[in-house]
Design a protein around this ligand. Structure first.
Ligand SMILES: NC(=O)c1ccc[n+]([C@@H]2O[C@H](COP(=O)([O-])OP(=O)(O)OC[C@H]3O[C@@H](n4cnc5c(N)ncnc54)[C@H](O)[C@@H]3O)[C@@H](O)[C@H]2O)c1
Length: 363
């Protein structure tokens, strides 16, 4: 059984996200209905190709010509160099404006392949097939594509919407525990900013083996619905889309200071949410970070002790691309499910929240 979520970015930009288990047939039917199936470029994470190459071959078997380009695993692939390599390969092979690019992998592949699709011939059709939990609940939705620059993450890119997203949770069968836990952070974020019931569902799920099953499909679907709802109201991140950054201003600083690759995005966001909760509580809002306690040991188990310095974390927060006039914009919680934007000028409270959070993680 699969579920379809309709996305309406604008009147002429509509697409569907299909969530379910084993979607090759839906994917094939979609391609048959929408493309001439002369040629397709498959940009695929190297591990996904190794583990699921046969399944992917079945998915694209309706195309006359399939060109597979493997993307080396890891954040370092999200680079101008890789974008250039792939674009060269595609242009040298030959591509038309109607030739689709299929992005299969986690957020790294999705962001990079999405940016290739956005830029080659000024934009060709893009289909996302996310294969990590994080990519299913977050990065494949919302149209952000791009690569990193030596001066920071995601500094080069564009908003580019896909033609379709197929979130086939059967891919998660081979996902390592660390990546499950990384993706969970974004689901806990949706729990915090929109649907607190997800906290209970997630608590139930972490006490069972991490394998793709119906309950996970429901969680992926609910997460996608929440993200879509927020993104649809603010496609270009002018206002309320910022709620999706709950925990992220803190988290990005931690990623930067720890060194990218030392801590996963999801781990950093989890830590950041505890800090944001503490900050909210200090302002008098009834949101105890105890809500995150059932998940704490999962993160502590896979993360090295946080040896970072609060002063450095603060400097990193001040240098974030979203900071204006030394005022750090935070997403805080009035209550569970009720986020708001806060302009933080009193940096001593930030210090306090960081100290509290680092103590909690290192205990
Ligand atoms: N565009 C957005 O809106 C958005 C949102 C959040 C995060 N991101 C970006 O997403 C990236 C992180 O994404 P990620 O966490 O998916 O990491 P990732 O793409 O690096 O994937 C994590 C690991 O899982 C492996 N993998 C992928 N699918 C697998 C599968 N089915 N089975 C086994 N292994 C598999 C990959 O090879 C990799 O080693 C970051 O670059 C982040 O900036 C983008």
């Amino acid at each position: 059984m699969s579920k379809i979520i309709d996305v309406g970015i604008s009147l002429d930009q509509k697409y569907q996200i299909t969530v379910g288990q084993q979607l090759p047939q839906s994917f094939k039917a979609y391609c048959q209905a929408h493309y001439n199936r002369n040629k397709i470029f498959v940009l695929i994470d190297e591990n996904v190709n190794r583990l699921h190459g046969e399944k992917v071959a079945t998915m694209v078997s309706g195309f006359e010509n399939t060109h597979v380009i493997e993307i080396p695993e890891g954040e370092s692939s999200k680079s101008v160099k890789q974008w250039n390599n792939i674009t060269n390969k595609i242009l040298e092979t030959g591509i038309e404006r109607s030739t689709p690019i299929l992005a299969i992998g986690g957020g790294v592949t999705g962001d990079l392949a999405g940016f290739v699709a956005a830029t080659v011939l000024r934009g060709v059709p893009l289909i996302h097939v996310p294969t990590t939990l994080l990519a299913m609940v977050d990065s494949s939705i919302g149209g952000k594509t791009g690569v990193n620059h030596t001066t920071g993450k995601n500094l080069i890119g564009s908003f580019y919407q896909p033609d379709a997203v197929f979130s086939d949770i059967a891919f998660l069968e081979t996902l390592e525990q660390k990546e499950w836990v990384t993706g969970m952070a974004e689901i806990l974020k949706y729990a915090a900013i929109r649907n607190p019931d997800l906290f209970e569902v997630m608590e139930e799920l972490i006490h069972q083996p991490l394998t793709p099953k119906k309950r996970w499909s429901e969680v992926v679907e609910e997460s996608a619905r929440i993200k879509i709802d927020i993104v649809q109201k603010d496609t270009l991140e002018a206002g309320t889309r910022a709620y999706l950054n709950f925990g992220h201003t803190f988290g990005h600083a931690l990623e930067k200071v720890s060194g990218y690759g030392e801590i996963t995005h999801g781990e950093a966001v989890f830590v950041g949410m505890i800090a944001a909760c503490h900050f909210s509580q200090e302002l008098g809002h009834p949101v105890s970070d105890v809500r995150f306690s059932p998940f704490l040991s999962l993160y502590k188990k896979q993360m090295a002790p946080l040896t970072v310095d609060t002063e450095e974390l603060l400097d990193a927060m001040k240098s974030d691309k979203k900071v204006k006039d030394n005022t750090i914009r935070l997403v805080l919680l009035n209550d569970w499910g009720s986020p708001y934007l806060y302009s933080c000028e009193d940096h001593s409270l930030l210090h306090k929240s960081w100290r509290y959070t680092l103590d909690k993680l290192n205990k």
